[in-house]
Design a protein around this ligand. Structure first.
Ligand code: GLV
Length: 315
């Protein structure tokens, strides 16, 4: 029985944290897998495609990421239970990111910072939170925590998800049929959806055109999008075109089609576009290691693992 920590970054950090919890088995670090026949569990963060398939006795995979699209795109991924990472620390950080960006745009900070750079003292009209409608796409752990954080400020909240959900104080829409009505009443669109074949490219120009433009003068001069899910959810050429044409007033993007975002991307320098390097929700190595060991323990006792990925659904 051995746990292999495998992936492209922070491997030693996760392995050290797992060893510190003194599990009753060995913890190895890729690529030093030793005798691969020993490896029964994997803690994975962007492993090279095909690598997990080389482990003949693998029983369980725990994903370091909340999003498992990177693992599922490997056609050789062994068909063993896969747990995605869900943790209050992670959702809390996502809520901080979302709230910070919603406030940033609502309080017109991009324009105020641009004025400061040019030493301009000019009044900028800022809508009140109660007049701004924030719509969150994705009502799982991340979306739920983000909505709770936003509730304190008094925004008008709405949510959209694949299947019906009920959240107190939030007007919920679902499915393809609910999408247009959801968008038509949204001033600031927050996307924390998982990346699946159904959601790929969902943030495109056609969708931006369905966002609210009515009543824009009491609210914001135009719609804003915030994507903290996955880069594959957005069509970046469409965001650039929509910002340039004014169909979108601003954007905060933490994730990109290609990461790191290439220096040649126009997104770096468009007005009111905030670019951050995929850090909206990160968790600490001790929390991730503890979560991983808990899933292994459950698996060993024959209990169901938590947050098991439904591969057909894609998350
Ligand atoms: C980060 O993007 C994650 O999936 O946790």
């Amino acid at each position: 029985m051995t746990l292999l920590v495998i992936g492209s970054q922070r491997i030693d950090e996760f392995a050290t944290a797992a060893r510190a919890l003194k599990p009753p088995f060995e913890v190895r670090e890729w690529p030093d897998a030793g005798n691969i026949a020993d490896v029964t569990y994997a803690l994975a963060w962007g492993p090279p495609p095909g690598a997990l398939a080389t482990l003949p006795n693998l029983k369980l995979i725990v994903s370091v990421g909340a999003g498992v699209d990177g693992l599922l795109k490997d056609p050789t991924l062994p068909n063993v239970p896969l747990a995605r990472y869900v943790d209050p620390d992670l959702s809390h950080r996502m809520a901080e990111y979302v709230a910070s960006q919603v406030l940033w745009h609502q309080r017109r900070m991009p324009d105020l910072v641009a004025q400061q750079e040019r030493k301009i003292w000019n009044y900028v009209r800022e809508p009140a939170a109660k007049d701004v409608r924030v719509g969150v796409m994705g009502l799982g752990e991340m979306g739920g925590a983000s909505l709770r954080a936003l509730q304190n400020f008094g925004y008008q909240l709405r949510g959209w998800s694949r299947t019906p959900r009920t959240i107190a104080g939030v007007t919920c829409y679902h499915g393809t049929t609910g999408l247009e009505a959801f968008l038509a009443g949204t001033d600031i669109l927050v996307c924390v959806l998982p990346l699946t074949p159904d959601t790929r490219g969902i943030l495109n120009r056609e969708l931006f055109r369905k966002l609210s433009i009515s009543g824009r003068h009491e609210r914001l001069p135009g719609p804003v999008i915030i994507n903290a899910g996955r880069g594959g959810l957005q069509v970046e050429a469409d965001i650039v075109a929509a910002i340039k044409s004014g169909e979108l007033f601003g954007a905060s993007l933490d994730v990109f089609e290609t990461e790191p975002l290439p220096p040649s991307s126009p997104l770096w320098s468009l007005p009111r576009v905030i670019v951050t390097p995929h850090l909206a929700a990160e968790s600490t190595a001790p929390s991730i290691a503890a979560y991983c060991l808990r899933q292994i323990d459950r698996h060993r006792r024959g209990m169901p693992i938590e947050n098991q990925v439904d591969r057909a659904r894609g998350y």
